[in-house]
Ligand binder design. Structure first.
Ligand code: DP6
Length: 334
């Protein structure tokens, strides 16, 4: 099955129907995985080898608008600034939109506005593709369910399928070849005083994209065969920690899960190392603070930046240690 066929399966009789509105817009929060998605069983459909679990970043995310334009090609904007169609960012969006063009000539203008610092490693594709999927749903008037939207968002970027909700979200890997059982759902846990701190270390372009890094890891790391076991264990631990609000268990599991993911990358050939000396320095600082009794843990994605997990009660101490830390609450206004 390719992306086009997957879109057809979701849209059924609405496939190939014209947009009912002139434009569509939507917001989607960014998300950070506490148990990571790393490795695909199907590259075309972004079907993961394992399930994953994330926390959404409240009001931090992407607001995307889309309209039909009279042009021979799409016009892509990031924060109101035009992006060249040859740019990777624009190319990914254009390719994602292809299954939804009712005629080959149908062109769109898309503006993605992100309120997260660009290059922070959380401004990434997840909230962008989730917001774009919701905006498309509004433009075409499809009235899709959250599950259907999650499946469509996944076709843009795997982690985007987790960005349709606030709070804690789990993406079930599924086993079907067509991916119709691989989507995310919102989990029924609340943790209002949980905080995420963003430590920006570098905004340099990634040495290798997460898509390619995953592929290389799966194909070359002898440690990768341990990864599904690690995830199975960590998912149980994290869900249990959420259930009983055990912050230490949540933090420890999330941190170890991120380190295990990076261990599979380090043992790839050629090796993949996203950490810089600053990343390592901050890791040591987190461990030192923990030894002094502070409840703080980190997680790291496909980049050098660290995301800290801690509780509101320790906010001042965290801010005293890292003056320029960006604090994100998982609560949202609406
Ligand atoms: C390390 O969702 O960006 O952030 O499906 O190829 O677009 P593609 O990958 P992407 O990978 C995210 C990897 C991660 C872990 C996670 O978010 O679960």
């Amino acid at each position: 099955m390719n992306k086009n066929e997957a879109a057809k399966t979701i849209l059924k009789t609405q496939y190939n129907q014209q947009p009912i509105n002139e434009n569509g817009e939507a917001f989607a929060p960014s998300n950070i995985a506490l148990c990571k998605y790393w490795g695909k069983r199907n590259l075309e459909l972004n079907l993961p080898i394992t399930s994953s679990l994330s926390i959404s970043l409240g009001d931090k995310g992407a607001h995307t608008s889309i309209e039909v334009i009279d042009s021979h090609q799409d016009k892509i904007y990031l924060n109101n600034i035009p992006v060249a169609n040859t740019d990777k960012f624009a190319h990914r969006i254009t390719k994602f939109l292809d299954p939804f063009r009712t005629t080959k000539k149908l062109a769109f203008a898309i503006n993605t506005k992100s309120n997260i610092p660009i290059g922070s490693g959380v401004a990434s594709s997840a909230c962008g593709f989730a917001a774009l999927t919701k905006a498309l749903n509004n433009l075409f008037g499809w009235n899709l369910t959250d599950t259907e939207l999650s499946i469509l968002a996944r076709l843009g970027s795997g982690s985007a399928c987790r960005s349709l909700w606030h709070g804690f979200v789990k993406w079930e890997a599924g086993i079907q070849d067509d991916g119709m059982d691989s989507y995310a759902t919102k989990l029924n846990y609340n943790w209002p005083d949980l905080r995420i701190g963003l430590l920006l270390i570098s905004d340099a372009t990634k040495p290798i994209s997460s898509t390619n890094a995953m592929l290389r890891t799966v194909n070359t790391s002898s440690f990768y065969k341990l990864w599904p076991q690690q995830v199975a264990h960590d998912l149980v631990q994290i869900e249990h920690a959420l259930q009983i609000k055990d912050f230490q268990k949540l933090g420890e599991t999330a941190e170890l899960n991120a380190l295990a993911m990076h261990a599979t990358m380090l043992t790839s050939n050629p090796p993949i190392l996203y950490s810089t000396p600053k990343t390592i320095e901050y890791m040591h600082k987190v461990w030192q603070l923990r030894q002094q009794g502070l409840g703080v843990y980190f997680t790291q994605d496909a980049g050098p930046n660290l995301k800290l997990l801690f509780l509101e009660q320790d906010l001042k101490k965290i801010q005293n240690t890292w003056q320029d830390i960006i604090i994100i609450t998982n609560e949202h206004k609406s």
